[in-house]
Design a protein around this ligand. Structure first.
Ligand code: SF4
Length: 148
């Protein structure tokens, strides 16, 4: 069975920053031929509930910056992602939650240091690791639209 890495909140896991989930039954139905390997870097690294973070463009890179205290939270997210794909080297598809600073593939809001919105097509830090590994990667909404 082919394996898909999927944002755990889309499976109904209450791991969002506010302790809620983003259960998407249509997406789960679409993925019924896959073995689903869930992930949630933010719950693993920072617990739930937790303060929100934003993607911020800083010189030549995009970082995840805490909205609570300005801390750069990028490293634990990237470390989690690298370890996840090392443990699951046969993942063929990555589907991330839209607009998440960790999981979005092409829908993340990216700000400058002064919190001005630069664009809304950013890549979350875990999704970037998936893309860098050459894994086919989609935002959940785009994947559903593409397959409907
Ligand atoms: S979008 Fe990603 S980081 Fe946020 S709750 Fe869902 S799986 Fe976790």
């Amino acid at each position: 069975m082919k394996k898909v890495a999927l944002s755990a909140c889309l499976m109904g896991c209450s791991c969002r920053y506010d302790g809620k989930e983003n259960l998407n039954r249509a997406l789960l139905k679409e993925l019924s031929s896959y073995e689903i390997i869930p992930f949630c870097p933010e719950d693993f690294c920072f617990g739930t509930p937790r303060p929100t973070m934003d993607l911020v463009y800083n010189q030549d890179r995009v970082e995840a910056i805490s909205n609570k205290n300005g801390e750069n939270l990028s490293k634990p997210i990237i470390d989690y992602a690298k370890e996840f794909f090392e443990k699951n080297p046969d993942i063929e598809l990555f589907i991330g939650k839209d607009r998440s600073p960790s999981c979005s593939v092409k829908s993340g809001k990216v700000y400058d240091k002064d919190k001005n919105l630069l664009h809304t097509t950013g890549t979350g830090l875990m999704a970037k690791v998936a893309l860098d590994l050459g894994i086919e990667s989609w935002d959940s909404e785009a994947y559903l639209t593409h397959n409907s």
